[in-house]
Design a protein around this ligand. Structure first.
Ligand SMILES: [Zn+2]
Length: 253
C-alpha cells in the first residue's frame, strides 16, 4: 500500500515527466543488450566446432539479409553456446545466441531458420522494449518514486536497471504469436521452406516430455501455435516460391 501511495504521490506532484514512461529507449536497451551478450560470451562455453558455427552463421545471415532498415543496418553478432538447452534468443541491437541443445529439435537448416526467424522477429517487432516499458510503468515508477522521495539513486542508474529487468522478462503470448508469423515470412523470403516451422514445433513437443524448458513454458501451447502456423502457410509458401525463383536457395549444413 505504501508503495502504491508513493507512486500516486509521484504522479501527482508535477513529476509527471518521471512517471510518464517510456523511460527506456530502444537505444538504451541495445546498449544493455550488448553488455549482457558480451557477459554471456565470457561466462558460458561457446561452441568451438567450426562446422557448427559456420552452419548457424549461414542460416542466421540468410535471415538477416531479408531485414529492412533500421534492422538491416545493425551490427548483427551471432554466437553458438555449447549448452545442452533447447534454446535460442535474439536481443535488441542484433545479438543472436543459439544453444547447441536446440539441434535436438531443429534438425534441418529450414527448422533452424524457423527458430532464428522467430527470435529475430522479436527484435524487429520491438517486443523487449514493449515489455520493458509496460512493466516499468509499475516497477520503475515505484523505484523512481522512492528515489525521489528520499533515495539518492540517479535516473541513469534507474534506466540501466530498467533495461536489465526488461531484457530478462519473458515475452507475452501475443508477442509469441506475432514472432511466429513474422518469423515465417523472414524464413520464406530467405528461401527456407516455411513448412519446416510446423515440423520444428512438433519436434519441440516431442523433446518436451515432462516439464517444459523455461523458454517453451513462456510460449503458447504447441497445438495453438501449430494451427496458427498452418493458417499462415499459404502466404508463406508464395513468398518461399518467389524467393526460390529469385535464386535464393540456401545451402547451410
Ligand atoms: Zn519467442
Amino acid at each position: 500500500m505504501r508503495v502504491r501511495k508513493a507512486l500516486w504521490i509521484c504522479c501527482g506532484v508535477a513529476l509527471l515527466a518521471a512517471c510518464a514512461l517510456p523511460l527506456v529507449s530502444e537505444t538504451q536497451l541495445e546498449v544493455e543488450s550488448a553488455n549482457q551478450f558480451q557477459k554471456m560470451r565470457g561466462q558460458m562455453p561457446v561452441a568451438t566446432d567450426a562446422a557448427t558455427r559456420r552452419y548457424v552463421n549461414c542460416v542466421a545471415n540468410a535471415i538477416i539479409a531479408e531485414l529492412e532498415p533500421p534492422y538491416s543496418d545493425r551490427l548483427w553478432e551471432i554466437e553458438v553456446f555449447d549448452e545442452d538447452q533447447l534454446n535460442a534468443f535474439a536481443m535488441p541491437g542484433g545479438k543472436i545466441g543459439v544453444f547447441t541443445g536446440i539441434f535436438k529439435a531443429a534438425k534441418t537448416q529450414d527448422q533452424l531458420a524457423a527458430v532464428i526467424g522467430h527470435e529475430v522477429a522479436h527484435v524487429t517487432q520491438h517486443h523487449a522494449l514493449e515489455r520493458t516499458n509496460r512493466e516499468l510503468t509499475q516497477e520503475i515508477g515505484i523505484v523512481g518514486a522512492s528515489a525521489v522521495l528520499g533515495g539518492n539513486r540517479n535516473m541513469a542508474d534507474l534506466i540501466r536497471m530498467g533495461a536489465q529487468i526488461g531484457l530478462s522478462l519473458p515475452y507475452g503470448r501475443g508477442q509469441e504469436s506475432e514472432a511466429d508469423i513474422v518469423g515465417l515470412k523472414y524464413m520464406a523470403d530467405a528461401g527456407f521452406d516455411p513448412r519446416a516451422a510446423v515440423q520444428l514445433w512438433k519436434n519441440m513437443e516431442a523433446q518436451n516430455d515432462g516439464a517444459p524448458p523455461e523458454w517453451l513454458s513462456t510460449h503458447p501451447s504447441s497445438d495453438t501455435r501449430i494451427s496458427r502456423l498452418i493458417e499462415a502457410l499459404p502466404e508463406a509458401l508464395e513468398r518461399y516460391n518467389a524467393a526460390r525463383a529469385a535464386g535464393k536457395v540456401p545451402r547451410c549444413r
